[in-house]
Structures are given as C-alpha cells and as structure tokens.
Design a protein around this ligand. Structure first.
Ligand code: GDP
Length: 444
C-alpha cells in the first residue's frame, strides 16, 4: 500500500535520531530524501512530493523543537501533520438522505464500489439503492444486480434502455423509498469527450450531494489528468481508492486527492461487498507509516510542548546537570514524566540522557513506576521548602512527621530519599563527565 516503504525506511532513518534532542541539517536532509524516495516510488506526483518534502524541511529547520522534546518525536509530528494536511479528513458523508454519483475509468471498480457503499450505508441503518447507468460495458448491469442482491440493497437498472440519463431519471423515481441513492456511471478505457458529456448530463439530472472519483490503487501519474478532468466537469468531492488489497502503492490516488482538493471517502479492500472501509486519516497514516498510533504520539508531543512552555520559566531539564540537584528538581522531573509518558521516553527528552548515556544508568535509576511517582509526589508535598532544597538534613523525626502528614509510611519516605540519593549520585557522575567530548556533543 502507499507509503508502505516509507514506513520502514523512514522508521530506519528516524531511529537513528533516537536520543538526539536537536536535529542537524544533515539529519533533516536525510529524512526528507527518504520521504521523497518512497513517495516517488509509490507513484506520487513529483511536484506534490517536492511540495510535501519542502514543507517538512522548512518546518523542521525553522521551528524550534520545544525543550525536552526528542528530535525523533518532533520530526515525526511534522511529517504526520504534513501528511494529514495533504490527505485531509475523510470525505464528509452524513448518515442521512443523500445522492452520491460515482465517476471513474472503466475497470477502476465503480460498479463494485457502488454495491459495497450501499452495503456500508445499510449497516448504518439507512436504506440505500444503487442505480446502474452504465450502458456501455456489457455485463455491468448483471454484475451490479448480483452484487446488490448479495448486499441485500435496492437496485435499479434497465438493460433494454441505452440512454443513461433516462435510466438515471427513472432510477431515482423507481427507488424513491430509499434514503441513499448511489448512481454508478459508465467508464471508458480512457477519458473521452463523450464520456465527459454523458456524465455531465447525468449529473444534471441526479443533482448529487457528493461526487466521488473511483480510482484503482494501481493508477500512477495518470491520476492527475483524470482527476482534473472529472473535477472540471462535475466537481469531485472525494476519492474511493479500490484494490488496496493488492500490491499497488496507491500514490496516484494521493495525487488525485491533492489535484481535486478533495479527500478520501472509502477504501476498497477486496472483491466482496463487505470489503470496504470508511477512510480514517489517523489510522490510515499510522498504518501507512507502520507506526502505532501516530495521532496519539502527535498529541503527546503537543501536551509535552504545552507543559514545557509552562515549566520553562522555572525548570529546565538541563539545570539538573548543573549545580545542586534537589528534591524540587526531582519532583519537577517526576511531574514532567507524568505529563509526558513513560520514563524511558522522558529520558530521551532530556538532552544528554538519551541513547548510550541512558543505557549506562543503573537499572534501579529507571525503576520509577507511575505509582511510585505519585506516592513520592504526595510525600514531597508534606516537606518544607528547606527539606526539599537540602534533603540530607532530613532525619528520623522529620521522616516520621512527613509520613504522618502525607498519610504514607516511614518506609515509603525513606524509599523516596534513597531514590533521591541514587539520582543525585548519577547526576554527579554526569557532571563529572562535563569535560568529556561525547558528553558535550550530546548536550549541544
Ligand atoms: P468498473 O468498470 O469501474 O465498474 O469496475 P468493476 O467494479 O467492474 O471492477 C473491475 C474489477 O476490479 C472487477 O473484477 C472487480 O471485482 C475488481 N475490483 C473492484 N474493487 C476491488 C477491490 O477493492 N479489490 C479487488 N481485489 N478487486 C476489486
């Protein structure tokens, strides 16, 4: 499927960024090249590829990654947003009475898609009907009729009439009880003037709420002209990409979406009536890139950015590596962890803590579970400012008081102090490494 390759190659490139907090120009160059290579091999139009990659490059270079956001997440977010921007939301199809017109070349999957879409609407509690106006392709009538029977939806066609406009008119009347009318049209081998005239006439009679262009996922550069011509004649609101169950990459469909300034409505994933999916951009892009749920990642970075902005005034993770490490530092770090996600990932966000350096940490230093962090936070709320700034002065009587005040046990308070000591020791080690070249490089 489109961008399948991009998924694996981009992931490889992005993985090289793990542990980095800043992107170099070469990093960005490499990522952009990977994206270009994959999109071009997926048959996406060259100018579209250039536009997309330029946008990504420009943003990655100009936008300042918020303090604490790993370079990998930052660039992934930009790639994700630019793809969302390109692919857009799913074509709007309200679950109510409407008429949909299907356009496309012969063999693109119009007839199959009309029955599939009717089936899909029927699963939403609506009463759909398919009107078959393809008088050009012998067999279209029978095929549509059979598929609609399998989908258990209303069907209208007339093999004895060779006037598609009349069939459309009669069909709408004959199926007036239906809520959703899906009008299939004839395709030709290539775009011919009489096809365009015919579909314009049908459009005039049908007055569709939505016109969808059906495209075979295997279509390449030809998608652009086709999309443009259909868009000029009837106005394309959305695209149905068929045969995504095959090996086709579908890049041409992306080009069509861009060309018509429309969006994707449905994906066809097989020959049966049920082999249809409503297009969902988030899941689609995540799947294309082969990376979990990207929308969640984008949100997480967003939250982290907002949080970092709030905290920027009073806490910079880099401060931790300079001067005295206090319990306040530890608490802020924990709050950030709670906001940003698992400790491992947050460590990645702290400059100099990612990659190799993180691996050198004792296992225990990473063993701060969310639950423990919450308990620690409650305990710290019961400490005085002086205690937090100078934890070494906390003795047995203070421990007893803090445990009572926070509703925890003395053991838990001791555990917190132990954790603090361990972290302080680790931080000191890094401070000692201050002159180390590697360390300085990573801190840049
Ligand atoms: P039309 O000429 O545009 O009406 O195209 P058809 O609906 O007749 O489809 C052409 C061929 O593609 C038929 O053999 C369909 O079974 C097949 N087809 C359509 N959609 C899909 C799909 O999503 N997956 C697969 N594997 N085949 C499809």
């Amino acid at each position: 499927m489109v961008l399948d390759d991009l998924g694996s190659s981009l992931r490889g490139t992005l993985d090289k960024l793990r542990g980095k907090s800043r992107l170099s120009e070469e990093d960005i160059e490499e990522i952009v090249k990977e994206i270009q290579r994959s999109l071009l091999s997926a048959d996406v139009d060259v100018s579209l590829v250039m536009e997309l990659s330029d946008n990504i490059k420009e943003r990655a270079l100009e936008e300042e990654p918020p303090a604490g956001t790993p370079a990998r997440d930052f660039v992934l977010r930009i790639v994700y947003e630019e793809l969302v921007d390109l692919i857009g939301e799913s074509t709007e199809l309200p679950l109510e009475e409407q008429t949909i017109l299907l356009a496309g070349l012969q063999g693109s999957g119009k007839t199959t898609s009309s029955a599939k879409m009717a089936w899909w609407f029927s699963t939403k509690g609506l009463r759909p009907a398919v009107i078959q106006t393809d008088t050009f392709r012998p067999g279209a009538y029978q095929q549509a009729k059979e598929m609609c029977a399998r989908a258990e939806v209303d069907f209208y066609g007339n093999p004895d009439n060779d006037d598609p406009v009349e069939i459309a008119r009669n069909g709408l009347e004959a199926t007036s009880e239906a809520d959703v009318h899906i009008v299939d049209t004839a395709g030709r081998h290539a775009l011919e003037d009489d096809l365009i005239d015919e579909i314009e006439d049908i459009e005039g009679v049908v007055q569709p709420d939505t016109s969808l262009l059906v495209l075979d996922a295997a279509i390449g550069q030809g998608a652009k002209d086709q999309a443009q011509q259909f868009d000029e004649s009837i106005g394309i609101d959305g695209v149905v990409i068929t045969k995504l169950d095959g090996t086709a990459k579908g890049g041409g469909a992306l080009t069509a979406v861009d060309q018509t300034d429309s969006s994707i409505a449905f994906l066809g994933t097989g020959e049966e009536v049920q082999d249809i999916e409503r297009f969902e951009p988030d899941g689609f892009i995540s799947r294309l890139l082969g990376m979990g749920d990207l929308s969640q990642l984008a949100e997480r970075v967003e939250r982290a950015m907002e949080q970092t902005e709030i905290e920027e005034d009073d806490w910079d993770p880099e401060d931790m590596l300079q001067g005295q490490f206090t319990l306040n530092d530890m608490q802020k770090q924990m709050e950030a962890m709670n906001n940003m996600g698992p400790l491992d990932q947050v460590m990645d966000m702290i400059p100099g803590f990612g990659g190799g350096i993180k691996d050198q940490l004792p296992d225990d230093a990473m063993d701060v579970t969310q639950q423990r962090m919450r308990t620690f936070s409650v305990i710290m709320d019961s400490m005085t400012e002086a205690e937090k700034e100078y934890p070494k002065a906390i003795g047995a009587s203070q421990i007893e008081r803090i445990a009572r005040g926070s509703g925890t046990s003395e053991e838990q308070v001791r555990e917190l102090l132990q954790q603090y000591k361990m972290m302080e020791k680790t931080i000191k080690q890094f401070q000692g490494m201050g002159s180390d070249k590697e360390m300085q490089r990573m801190m840049q």
